[in-house]
Ligand binder design. Structure first.
Ligand SMILES: Nc1ncnc2c1ncn2[C@@H]1O[C@H](COP(=O)(O)OP(=O)(O)OP(=O)(O)O)[C@@H](O)[C@H]1O
Ligand SMILES: O=c1ccn([C@@H]2O[C@H](COP(=O)(O)O)[C@@H](O)[C@H]2O)c(=O)[nH]1
Ligand SMILES: [Mg+2]
Length: 208
């Protein structure tokens, strides 16, 4: 029989910091509103928001040895190797101390998903999926104005393709396990958040 992995956040020596943390994966296409809605959830429900993309961008700025590789992958809309992203997520969880995390924009492919589960033993409580048409996501990304190197039409088209080819299968995997909570993300921010609140609200206190 295989070993059953304990779901836990561990320090670098392998000692357990937090057993069975609550983890919600927040997925959806580029520009579907993941970061916007996570900021609302942090305020209302006390989660810690970890955006994998933000962690990777911070790693570039830090001058890390992986910085140039990450920057090139992001410019091309490609998915950074799992071990790099997982290390950043683990470090952020270790340093934070909370036991409730929104992991935004990860896992992005099947290999990300399997590697995270294997390394941490953590399975998401559920997956919040922001469903939005490409035309609306494209409009939002082109007017985001945050100086992101990947918010140009050429890279945006590549990101859409990677989402369809590699990330949607992850959502389908969790859907088959009954874990996906799908939200119509094409509506105004407040309306989207009303639907999000209905998922995270009092009725769901037990699972959160
Ligand atoms: N419901 C909405 N209606 C209109 N604009 C929105 C909505 N939600 C977010 N936006 C805007 O769209 C842009 C993208 O939103 P956000 O950064 O939250 O998306 P994201 O899913 O995190 O994108 P990425 O995957 O590129 O990080 C932002 O400028 C944000 O203000
Ligand atoms: O798990 C991840 C998350 C992100 N990336 C790379 O970063 C960019 C931007 O991600 P956002 O979620 O839109 O901030 C993405 O296109 C990938 O290149 C990644 O490789 N792995
Ligand atoms: Mg984002």
């Amino acid at each position: 029989m295989g070993t059953v992995l304990e779901a836990a956040i561990k320090d670098t020596n392998g000692s357990i910091l937090t057993k069975n943390p609550t983890v919600v994966f927040v997925l959806g296409g580029p520009g579907s509103g993941k970061g916007t809605q996570c900021a609302n959830l942090v305020e209302h429900f006390g989660f810690t928001h970890l955006s994998a993309g933000d962690l990777l961008r911070a790693e570039i700025k830090s001058g890390s040895e992986n910085g140039t590789m990450i920057q090139n992958m992001i410019k091309e809309g490609k998915i950074v190797p799992s071990e790099v992203t997982i290390k950043l997520l683990q470090r952020a969880m270790q340093e934070n101390g909370n036991d409730k995390f929104l992991i935004d924009g990860f896992p992005r492919n099947e290999e990300n998903r399997a590697a995270f589960e294997e390394v941490t033993g953590i399975e998401p409580t559920f997956v919040l999926y922001f469903d939005c048409p490409e035309e609306e996501m494209e409009r939002r990304l082109l007017s985001r104005n945050q100086g992101r190197e990947d918010d140009n039409i050429e890279t945006i088209r590549k990101r859409f393709k990677v989402f369809l080819d590699s990330s949607l299968p992850v959502i389908n995997y969790y859907d088959a396990k009954g874990k996906v909570r799908k939200i119509d993300a094409a509506r105004p921010v407040e309306e989207v958040f009303d639907s999000v609140k209905a998922i995270f609200g009092p009725k769901n206190e037990k699972i959160l």
